[in-house]
Design a protein. Sequence first.
Length: 145
Amino acid sequence: ASSFLFDPQSTQWTQLPAMRGPHDYLGNGISYTDASAAVMKQVVMVAGGHDERNPLAGNEWLDGSNPAAGWRPYPLWQTARHNANTVILPDGKLLTAGGNRGLYGYENPLLDTEMYSAQASATDGTWLKMAPHAIQAAYHSTAIL
């Protein structure tokens, strides 16, 4: 649950506040920068994951402009999952595909897809169900745009 910030100028790592939940096994994340706003906004979102204490971890985000403020809740997927892939779409929305729901890493594959209703930098959107895909996309899968 630990997180660190690397400063390339000093080549030093600074410890940030701990994450809210475990994402140490089979989670996914994105790093999003919105330079179109008056004040550039950077968001790091970490989602899903799995461990023995919490088989289906929630979603959370970090404000890249103020990382010392720590991790905060990010809207949850409609279907909790691990082994999923999230991509940033050209309009700034997020699309999550695939994954698993099983207690352990690889069983109970999910074919449903969810899209975030707002740009990634908005933390008050909701996840909307989209058309399912036809094949399992979980462990060792990739989603790219």
